[in-house]
Structures are given as C-alpha cells and as structure tokens.
Design a protein around this ligand. Structure first.
Ligand code: AMP
Length: 449
C-alpha cells in the first residue's frame, strides 16, 4: 500500500504520487498535512531535501476548489527565480490529475511577457517578492482572492533583504487568509517576522535528531561578553595544530563582520568570512580558500552555511548560543562527518544560559563547561548591543544605544501611543518596516502622502 494513503489525500493526488513512485511521506510531509488542511497558520522548520515543497503543496492542492476565477487563490513566495521554476515544475507533477492553473513569475525577465502568461487566469501563483510587487502595482495581478499564502525559505528571503517587499505584499493581501511558512533556520529576523505578521502559528519541525553523532565532542565555555569571547577564541586558535580547520558561526551578518574586524589583526591571512552581503565572487573565493586549506578559519552565518559544501572541518565554534536548538544541531553537524572525529565548542554568556539549557534538553545530555584558559583576559568593554539600554527623555523620544532614532524608536513611540487610531497594529508595522525610496516603494509612499 502507498503509505501516503494514511494521510487521506484525494485519489487524484494519490495517483500522481503513485506515478512518481513516491510511496511514503517524509516526516515533514506527515506532520504538515493535517495541520495545513485544518486551515491553521503554520511555521514549518525544514531544509531543502526533506520534501518540504510537497509538504505544503499536498495539503494545499488537497483543499483546492475548482474555480474559473482569473486571480490566484494561492500565492507561493520564494526567494529566487530558480526556486520559482522548481516549485512550478513540482506542482505540475503533483497536480497531474486535477485542474489547476499554475504560473511562475520572477525578476530579470521581461515583465510584459510574464504578464501574458497570466491571461488565461491562474489558481496558484509562484513568485519572487520583488517581481510580484511590481506586477501588482502595474495592475497585472490582483491579490484580492488569495486565501493561502505560502512563504518558502523565509530565512533566505530575509537574509537577501526582501523584508520591504514582503511587508508591502502583506499589506495588499486579504487579511483573512492562511499563512504557511517554511524556513530551514529560525534566525532573529525570521522570529521577528513571525511575531509581527503571523497570528499564533503552529510550529512543525521534523524532529531534528536530538542525538548528535557520537563522533562529535561537545564542549562549552562560559564567557561574559563579545570582547571576552574574542579573547577566548584567539587563545584557542593559536593552537593551529589542533584547530586546523575551523568553522565559526556568528548569529548575524553584523556580528560576523564585527568578529572578523576583531580577529583580523592576529589571524588576517588565515581568516575568511562568508555571508549574504558578500558578492558571489567573494563567497566562492572564501569557500575555495577554506576548502583548499589556504584559510584555516571561516566565519559564517547560519543561513549562508546551510548550502555550503565544506570539507573536513575539525572544529565548529558557536560564537553565540543559538536560540533555537535545531540551529545548534545543524551547526555542529558540519563537523564529525564520515568517520572523522569532530569537535563542537559553544561560547555562552549569562544571557545565553537558557538557550544552552534548551539545547541540552533536546539532546538529553549536558555540554561540559571547561574552565577558561589562563591567558584569556575578561574584558569589561561592551559592544553597543550589549550596553544597557539607557533611556533619555528628550522631548519624549527614547534613545537607545546606537539604535537611537532607529526602528526601535518608531516601534516604541507607536506602542506607547494611548490614542486608538483604529488599526494601531497596522500603523506600528508600517512604522517599523518603513519603506525605503526604491523601485515599487515609491508608489506606495506616494499613495500614503
Ligand atoms: P524538497 O525538500 O522539496 O526540495 O524535495 C526534495 C526532493 O525529494 C524533490 O525532488 C521531490 O521530488 C522528492 N520527494 C519529495 N517527497 C518525496 C517522497 N515522499 N518520496 C520520495 N521523494 C520525494
């Protein structure tokens, strides 16, 4: 029997799966199907290769009703044109026996040619956010019928800086809709997006195996702040025989840059860095130099490291403690591959103790805390993010560290507002994600004035 039957999808879908030779749902497909069919908002944590596309498409296709409407009822947003093409191809296979019109649109091609593909009407629209927004503004597409919004690879999308396009699109969608999003990692940005836009989502993740590979030794150091962590890192890395190929994870691009700056003086010639603000050439060079051994140390963010093919890493160093235990499991899985022994080192501050405990409870084992090497100097210098927030009352504005008058200011002043302006929430969001004056945004800004 085809094990997909246990999910009870329509026979048309089942036949298509049979044709493809898919006989058993993957764990994320099994977990996602009933929740998505129930109509709840969903956040799925899954990487490429886990069958995540079918995990959201199967229930979406299952619930699809035939209509002759011109405008899409399902919108799938993905970060790249390659993914648009792939998703459209997959949908075609799964919907072989049902009548559904799927169209993909993406940037870098003629917008008018793409508009023609919508002429016969569309049920499922797969799009990159920038192109979609441009087409909506040009009235080539209307989003008023969208009942289900799927955002795939949210972490990549935010890492590429698509937040403005996304928030613009959210404003144009009907408020009553189901939101389904998938992300391989939950970064701070992803978490903020979920909290701001997705009411009470059910979180589904394939149980990341909580049992790390036996050939990864895990250790940790309790270190109070950024500069002390740098001092510890440098002390460890001086032993270049032991630390011969080291991948260091930083939580954000900004922290990765900060870390590189702090280490460059001593480790410059052996140090590489990779994140999405670097050009493709720079990224390729960083991987090449790390893999060839020209660089002993590579600093990376979670999102960028995901798809990288990095060889024989001796140490994974977690400069920060991931807030989501799954991210820790993914990170340390980069070492100790194929019979090799690997070591994972976690640096945690007082603020990160809880996150460390969450990781330990997922793994059901404690990470040994080692005493700091004697030469490590504990610094009292704090980086802006670590400084206590000082609130100066200057004509009602609260000024916080280097974020003075930044997004936090807008957010706070809106939150503290006592006046009920009808849809305060919407205003807060608009203020928080204030749009830059670029491309399609110009129209949006003009409209508001
Ligand atoms: P994805 O994680 O969505 O990128 O999917 C990875 C690949 O696995 C795709 O090429 C799918 O065609 C394939 N696939 C997805 N689900 C299944 C399944 N249940 N059985 C076999 N192959 C699958």
């Amino acid at each position: 029997m085809n094990m997909f039957k246990t999910l009870n999808p329509s026979k048309f879908l089942l036949n298509a799966l049979d044709d493809l030779g898919f006989t058993k749902p993957t764990p994320i497909q099994e977990a996602a199907f009933p929740v998505i069919v129930s109509g709840k908002n969903v956040v799925g944590i899954a990487q490429t290769g886990t069958g995540k596309t079918l995990a959201y498409m199967l229930p979406v296709l299952h619930s699809m009703k035939y209509t002759a409407d011109k405008h899409p009822s399902v919108l799938v947003l993905v970060p790249t044109r390659e993914l648009v093409i792939q998703v459209v191809e997959q949908i075609a296979l799964y919907s072989k026996y049902i009548t559904v019109r799927t169209v993909g649109v993406y940037g870098g091609t003629n917008i008018n040619t793409q508009a023609l593909t919508l002429n016969d009407g569309v049920d499922i629209l797969v799009a990159t956010p920038g192109r979609l927004y441009d087409m909506v503004i040009a009235r080539m597409i209307a989003l008023k019928n969208v009942k289900k919004l799927v955002i795939d690879e949210v972490d990549v999308m935010l890492d590429l800086g698509f937040i403005f396009q996304l928030t613009n699109i959210f404003e144009l969608l009907p408020e009553r809709r189901q939101n389904i999003m998938f992300s391989a990692t939950i970064t701070e940005e992803v978490d903020a997006l979920i909290k701001d836009f997705f009411y009470d989502p059910v979180q589904i993740s394939i149980a990341v195996s909580g049992t790390p590979l036996e050939n990864i030794i895990q250790e940790s150091y309790h270190v109070p702040n950024f500069h002390s962590k740098v001092n510890l890192l440098e002390s460890l890395l001086r032993d270049d025989a032991e630390f011969s190929k080291v991948l260091i994870f930083a939580p954000t691009k900004k922290m990765a840059d900060r870390l590189q700056e702090a280490m460059v003086e001593e480790f410059g010639p052996e140090l590489g860095i990779i994140h999405s603000n670097k050009s493709q050439n720079t990224r390729n060079a960083a991987i090449e130099q790390f893999n060839s051994g020209a660089h002993r140390i590579l600093i990376a963010t979670d999102v960028i490291a995901r798809g990288l093919d990095l060889e024989k890493i001796t140490h994974v160093i977690n400069f920060d403690t991931p807030q989501f235990p799954e991210n820790y499991m993914h990170r340390i899985g980069r070492t100790g591959r194929a019979e090799e022994m690997g070591k994972a080192i976690l640096l945690f501050s007082d603020k990160e103790v809880e996150a460390k405990q969450a990781i330990e409870s997922l793994m059901m084992r404690e990470i040994e805390v080692l005493p700091l090497p004697e030469d490590v100097v504990i610094s009292t210098k704090l980086i802006p993010e670590e400084q206590p927030q000082q609130v100066n009352i200057v004509s009602g504005h609260s000024i916080t560290g280097e974020n003075a008058a930044g997004p936090a200011f807008h957010e706070k002043s809106a939150k503290n507002s006592k006046v009920n302006l009808g849809s305060r929430y919407k205003r807060e969001i608009v203020l928080k994600y204030k749009k830059p004056l670029t491309r399609g945004d110009k129209n949006q800004n003009r409209k508001k004035k």
